[in-house]
Design a protein around this ligand. Structure first.
Ligand code: NAG
Ligand code: NAG
Ligand code: NAG
Ligand code: NAG
Ligand code: NAG
Ligand code: NAG
Length: 377
């Protein structure tokens, strides 16, 4: 039979189709929507390259996903992973490149990368990681390149990279990086360990240091004598409030976490506010999932006229205090002014106001309400 006839033979076609199918799918029978190819020439070096970065249904977890143990490159970029649990990669002793960029990773448990003894490149950029420390980088004796840009870390504790003896390069670019005394150690460390931090890794805060490459700074540039600056500091509600007696008034204060001696508190007319159940006042401090923001809540269950005044959230640090204040005006619902009424919709619902005071903020009202109404009639 001539070669061309042979190619048309039905058995050959079947064999051809099967072998194409096998070469694409053989490694990923459990992961049909990941691309998989064999790489490496000699039998000893052969391994799989698995690309799940264009997965039609992004992975939310790695639990229950079984990747073949001889995977050498694993690309999980552009998935929806939130947490990396301890021992997630424990069977991947051949893995050399792991790409976890552009997920929603917030939590990396201590020991998450244990077992990755051949890993050279780890890409964690474009995630939501708020804090890092040494325990999340254990088990990576051969890691050379760590990509960590565009996360939410504001600082890096001394010793974070102590378990990475082969490290040569780290990228840490982000809009959160605070170049102050807490990063002083890193300049000495990159010198003694010959680690490169490219000049794309720049400072975000304090304002004076913005856009300066971290690796080009001098030790004396990294101090904590700057006046206090926070990336996030706001209160809700932020505008003066006109409220009724008996209303419930919840306040929220959000402030970026700063390493060191930071504290946050509510004050009313200069006095510290603490939880007082008999008064129906509750104060509670928590933080967001990635621990980058402290949330300080205050709820007054039932307002009365004694709650009128200035309510302030104060962040105190050794380099100064920051304050945000909102003014509260408490109105008695049964006060009748000689004004026609209009209905107005506010964030607290529908209220009926005397015409001349509708739309005015509480701070403008004090003592003026009667005059305004008199003018209106
Ligand atoms: C697999 O690769 C092909 C061609 O390179 C591409 O068109 C396809 O989107 C990839 N699929 C996945 C799931 O990555
Ligand atoms: C990780 O994957 C993303 C998206 O596919 C790519 O842009 C990036 O260069 C990869 N990272 C590394 C270190 O190869
Ligand atoms: C690192 O942070 C994790 C939680 O974010 C914590 O459980 C662990 O104890 C920390 N390790 C060190 C060495 O500080
Ligand atoms: C709560 O407030 C009342 C009235 O101001 C006061 O007498 C009481 O001691 C306070 N209780 C606490 C636990 O602070
Ligand atoms: C900052 O606040 C703390 C506690 O709230 C207070 O003791 C300190 O005097 C304040 N410092 C300044 C400069 O206002
Ligand atoms: C309701 O109040 C807002 C300001 O808070 C004002 O701009 C608006 O005109 C008011 N609407 C009516 C119907 O008075």
């Amino acid at each position: 039979m001539a070669a061309s006839d042979q190619r048309r033979h039905p058995l050959f076609l079947l064999f051809f189709v099967l072998s194409v199918l096998l070469s694409v799918c053989n490694c990923c029978i459990q992961l049909p929507s990941c691309n998989c190819t064999m790489v490496g020439s000699s039998k000893r070096q052969r391994g799989r390259k698995i690309d799940c970065s264009q997965h039609p249904a992004p992975f939310k977890t790695l639990v229950g996903k079984s990747f073949p143990p001889d995977t050498v490159h694993l690309n999980l970029a552009h998935n929806a992973l939130v947490a990396l649990r301890q021992g997630s990669f424990i069977h991947f002793s051949s893995l050399q490149k792991l790409n976890l960029s552009s997920n929603q990773i917030t939590i990396i448990e201590p020991g998450a990368f244990d077992g990755l003894k051949s890993l050279k490149k780890l890409d964690l950029s474009n995630n939501l990681i708020g804090t890092i420390n040494s325990s999340m980088f254990s088990g990576l004796p051969n890691l050379e390149k760590l990509f960590f840009s565009n996360n939410r870390i504001s600082t890096i504790p001394d010793g974070t990279f102590n378990y990475l003896p082969s490290l040569k390069r780290i990228e840490l670019q982000s809009n959160y990086l605070r170049c102050d005394c807490h990063l002083k150690w890193i300049l000495k460390w990159i010198k003694t360990r010959h680690v490169r931090i490219p000049s794309s890794t720049t400072c975000a805060l304090p304002a004076k240091m913005r856009n300066k490459p971290l690796s080009k700074l001098k030790r004396r540039d990294l101090h904590c004598d700057h006046s206090v600056q926070l990336l996030t500091f706001n209160i809700r509600p932020s505008e003066s409030q006109l409220v009724f007696k008996g209303d419930k008034l919840p306040f929220e204060c959000h402030a970026s976490y700063m390493p060191g001696d930071m504290s946050i508190a509510w004050f009313r007319s200069g006095h510290l506010v603490t939880t007082n159940k008999t008064m129906g006042v509750f104060v509670h401090t928590s933080h967001n999932l990635d621990r980058t923001i402290i949330i300080h809540r205050l709820v007054v269950e039932s307002l009365d006229t004694t709650h009128a005044g200035e309510w302030s959230c104060v962040v105190s640090t050794s380099s100064g205090n920051l304050t945000k204040t909102v003014h509260v005006e408490v109105r008695m619902p049964d006060v009748v002014l000689q004004c026609p009424t209009v209905t107005n919709k506010t964030s607290k619902g529908m209220f009926t106001w005397e015409e001349s005071i509708s739309g005015l903020l509480g701070s403008q009202l004090r003592g003026e309400a009667a005059d305004l109404c008199a003018l209106g009639t």
